[in-house]
Design a protein around this ligand. Structure first.
Ligand SMILES: NC(=O)c1ccc[n+]([C@@H]2O[C@H](COP(=O)([O-])OP(=O)(O)OC[C@H]3O[C@@H](n4cnc5c(N)ncnc54)[C@H](O)[C@@H]3O)[C@@H](O)[C@H]2O)c1
Ligand SMILES: O=C(O)[C@H](O)CO
Length: 382
């Protein structure tokens, strides 16, 4: 028997019961649900990561849809329970959905939503921040100041890397990888090398046009190259940022061998998912190569870190905050709520999950559609 969990209820007499496993930023998402006759139940349990049992208790006997989080294990057990409770939809409040067994959702006819686009620039900005912080050793220098160890300017104090003219490598040049690449190329005049399964024509055109602009102004042009293998990027880039999805093909994409292939003083950034890097191998590499630096937003066994990582001066570590700007987090909540609402109301799925802006304008009603349903095709409603 599932144990009860603490909840906050909005619009108790609403016809459709929608559960959110966490309080989410803003109130627009709640209002949009209430306006369409939903009773909204928000789990207010203090513990950060809810277990499958906690979520079963939240789903209960009647539930039309759930908004959940990337920390939760959405598989056979939860989708069968949601389907038994009459549920039609689940949405992650995240673009990544490696915590969701989409096949299980398909089996029970439950739509799975995610929140692309609204977090692209925010996440890329954090990757750029980590790149700069690593290149200029900002965290080490900050700790040094706070420890009262600064006793005057020195020629060799916290010497780092100049980014201008160096090569930025992007693995996974999708929405976020491309946005990050543009920031580093335009902001710091870095050359680009990227690896992706698909060609990123828009990104290539952008770098070409910017290179021409620089040339016309008498500056050295920036360049781009699409690598034919990930190894090419690892060997050639000075700063490498990881932005692929996490799946079987990207698990431990960066491991002992790939770390060895990188320059001794390279910078590695990960704002994708922790298991894309073999974190234990990374700790060894950081220990053996003090000039190598890393900026990590995500970890292999979140919320834990592999032993030794926290002691590494050449690692900058932040707690999975890449999408944490107010506008983005409120937008993610809105998209997740509208994914669920759209399925409940029988709306169609939005035609292009890369263009979700119409759902985010607070001054107009959102389109009558689910912004992004990843298994729409499998469920026969693409
Ligand atoms: N740290 C955070 O808070 C945070 C925030 C947002 C997204 N993310 C992660 O970032 C990922 C990417 O998000 P996005 O919106 O850019 O997705 P996207 O689908 O636009 O981009 C992912 C890219 O990875 C590429 N790819 C897939 N397999 C690959 C492989 N084996 N080698 C190289 N490239 C490969 C795809 O072709 C695609 O271009 C998400 O899936 C999520 O896990 C993390
Ligand atoms: O996948 C995602 O969206 C992130 O990890 C959280 O923003």
């Amino acid at each position: 028997m599932a144990k009860p969990v603490q909840i906050e209820v909005w619009n108790p007499n609403g016809k459709y019961r929608v559960v959110s496993t966490k309080p989410m930023p803003g109130t627009r998402w709640i209002n949009l649900l209430i306006e369409q006759d939903c009773r909204v139940e928000i789990c207010t349990e203090k513990k950060t990561i809810l277990s499958v049992e906690d979520i079963l208790a939240l789903i209960g006997d009647k539930c039309d849809g759930v908004i959940g989080q990337l920390t939760e294990d959405w598989g056979e057990v939860l989708f069968s329970a949601l389907s038994r409770a009459g549920g039609k939809a689940f949405s992650n409040m995240a673009v990544g959905y490696n915590n969701v067994d989409v096949n299980a959702a398909n089996k029970y006819g439950v739509a799975v939503g995610n929140t692309p686009g609204v977090l692209t620039e925010t996440t890329a900005e954090l990757a750029a921040s980590l790149s700069l912080a690593a290149a200029r050793r900002i965290v080490e220098a900050d700790e040094f100041m706070r420890a009262g160890r600064y006793d005057g300017w020195l020629p060799n104090l916290f010497v780092g890397n100049l980014l201008k003219g160096q090569t930025v490598g992007v693995i996974g040049a999708g929405r976020i990888g491309s946005a990050y690449a543009r920031m580093m190329v335009e902001g710091f005049k870095m050359n680009l090398i990227y690896f992706d399964l698909y060609q990123s024509t828009r990104l290539e055109k952008f770098v070409t046009a910017y290179g021409e602009f620089l040339k016309a102004n008498g500056e050295a042009p920036v360049t781009w190259r699409r690598a034919s293998s990930m190894d090419e990027v690892l060997r050639e880039a000075d700063v490498i940022s990881l932005h692929p999805v996490l799946d079987k093909t990207t698990f431990h994409l960066v491991n002992k061998e790939s770390l060895k292939a990188m320059k001794k003083d390279a910078i590695l950034i990960n704002c994708s998912r922790g298991p894309v890097i073999d974190e234990a191998a990374l700790v060894d590499h950081l220990r053996d190569n003090p000039m190598f630096r890393v900026g990590l937003d995500v970890f292999e066994d979140e919320p834990y870190m592999k032993p030794g990582l926290a002691d590494m001066k050449n690692a900058i570590i932040v707690p999975h905050i890449a999408s944490a700007s107010k506008w983005t987090r409120e937008g993610m909540a809105t998209l997740a709520a509208l994914n669920v609402l759209g399925k409940i109301k029988g709306y169609p799925v939005w035609s292009d999950p890369n263009r979700v802006e119409p759902f985010l304008d607070e001054n107009v009603s959102p389109p009558a559609a689910s912004p992004s349903i990843v298994n729409a095709k499998a469920l026969g409603n693409a």
